[in-house]
Design a protein around this ligand. Structure first.
Ligand SMILES: [Fe+2]
Ligand SMILES: [Fe+2]
Length: 475
């Protein structure tokens, strides 16, 4: 089961050739996917040969193979982690029953919605990032961008496989619609807000891959617990790929900070205008980008109280992050969780049934994980002797979804009135001037081993290749 068959049109480890109808349906979708890739995928990349990793097995030791591949010839395929015939449902009302290999009729609509919502984010991020190759700060970074793009394309394949295999005609229609919605489109946008925002520059890209790909990690982790076994197995393998995406974000921001700190030390200044004049990104701008990406990303977890979240959990469709490692009863009836609400213009904590608060539980797990990386960024500043620290804003800052959307909050957690919000917004969120400044730094640097002036080189290359390796051959 774990070897991947590459001799077929669609590489897979699911014995696709044994199900002719399914195979034909997916082979019918394949050219539409390629058309989508050509239309809104990475701009101008068609003839590049890129040093990409391709999945060749789902064995955690050595699942990938690296080599130069023409982007368009990347072998997008269907890879599920090995199954366990004895697997039992380990949370919710069906706890202890056998995991499902097929979709139970009563959960069909909810499962389809979960899969479509996840699937929609994958092509969305490719669309959001499509222009970035034109302004890559190095050949190394260009390669990482393209690696992420092809893998998000593969994640779309992962969800489309489930839709085609398990949801009949509705599933095939949903698979088509996944190629028709477009990020930021007025008439037919992507489903979730953060996936309709622009990713205008590389600082935004690094923040996106740090925060928003991490949302992906938490959603996929919750789905990896699912009673619907094919969903659990496919999301487990997606998580293997996801780690690199977050690495690109974390190390990207680290390298920006390294360069900024260098310039600040050389010039002995913390004046943002002097830092900018020297061609580096000032810490205030980095903090404002962080505030934006963090706040739009935590909105992705949905409303703080949600009866859907309770249904998804109790019926076994979606677990909690690391469900198996938790020591409670995995049913959660009668348990409570603290959420924030707005009362008389102030934030107050209130206890609500935990089942209804599972979006908040997942959001809080995400926040803990995010903060850990921000602390690692601060180590870069600390080592360089710079006293400024980056922080994540308060959970209620700049929220558009849930109970907290009704309040204006400063990043440090003070409720503010409209006048103060209007006066301070430009200190808290990126301004048009910030975007214009960062855009002014975005020039294409693609000679092997060369890096744009606003970012430090990485500590090491990809797959133990040197930093100045020819990661991309331009055709
Ligand atoms: Fe993804
Ligand atoms: Fe990702």
């Amino acid at each position: 089961m774990s070897t991947i068959n590459y001799s077929e049109k669609i590489p897979n480890n699911v014995n696709l050739s044994e199900d002719r109808t399914l195979q034909r349906a997916l082979e019918g979708w394949q050219p539409n996917f390629i058309n989508w890739w050509d239309d809104v995928g990475p701009e101008g990349s068609t003839n590049h040969e890129v040093y990409l990793r391709t999945a060749v097995s789902v064995d955690p030791q050595g699942w990938a193979q690296f080599g130069h591949v023409k982007m368009r010839d990347y072998r997008w395929g269907i890879f599920l982690n090995p199954g366990d015939a004895e697997r039992k449902i380990h949370f919710g009302d069906h706890l202890g029953e056998k995991a499902w290999q097929d979709v139970p009729g009563e959960h069909r609509a909810n499962l389809r919605r979960i899969i479509v919502t996840q699937g929609d984010t994958e092509p969305a991020s490719v669309e959001q990032q499509r222009h970035l190759g034109l302004t890559a700060p190095s050949m190394y970074d260009l390669r990482n961008l393209f690696q992420i793009n092809v893998e998000e394309g593969r994640h779309l394949w992962a969800m489309v496989y489930l839709l085609h295999k398990h949801f009949g005609r509705d599933g095939r229609e949903e698979a088509e619609a996944l190629l028709q919605r477009t990020s930021g489109d007025q008439d037919n946008p992507r489903i979730l807000g953060a996936f309709n925002e622009k990713t205008p520059d590389w600082l935004a890209f690094f923040m996106f891959t740090y925060f928003t790909d991490r949302d992906g990690k938490f959603q996929l982790s919750a789905l990896a617990e699912s009673a619907f076994d094919p969903l659990a197995r496919t999301t487990k393998f997606m998580l293997t790929e996801e780690a690199h995406h977050m690495f690109v974000g974390e190390s990207g921001v680290s390298r920006v900070l390294t360069r900024t700190a260098q310039v600040m030390n050389e010039l002995k200044t913390d004046d943002p205008q002097k830092v900018r004049a020297a061609g580096a990104i000032d810490l205030g701008t980095i903090q404002r980008y962080l505030n934006f990406h963090y706040s739009v990303t935590i909105d992705l977890f949905g409303a703080d109280q949600s009866s859907n979240a309770a249904i998804f959990y109790s019926s076994g469709l979606k677990g909690r992050y690391e469900e198996g490692k938790r020591t409670d009863d995995h049913i959660l009836k009668g348990q409570t969780y603290k959420v924030l609400e707005v009362r008389d213009g102030q934030l107050v904590e209130k206890e609500v049934p935990m089942l209804n608060a599972l979006n908040e539980v997942l959001r809080d797990d995400f926040i803990t994980d995010s903060v850990a990386g921000v602390n690692r960024w601060n180590k870069v500043l600390e080592k360089a002797g710079i006293p400024t620290r980056l922080t994540v804003p308060h959970k209620a800052f700049n929220r558009q979804i849930g109970a907290l959307a009704g309040i204006k909050m400063s990043p440090d957690g003070r409720v503010v009135n409209e006048a103060e919000w209007a006066a301070k917004k430009s200190e808290w969120l990126p301004t048009p001037e910030d975007f214009a400044f960062v855009a002014s730094l975005m020039g294409r640097v693609v000679d092997p081993g060369k890096f744009a002036g606003w970012i430090a080189p990485p500590v090491m290359g990809i797959n133990r290749q040197p930093v100045d390796f020819e990661y991309v051959r331009f055709g």
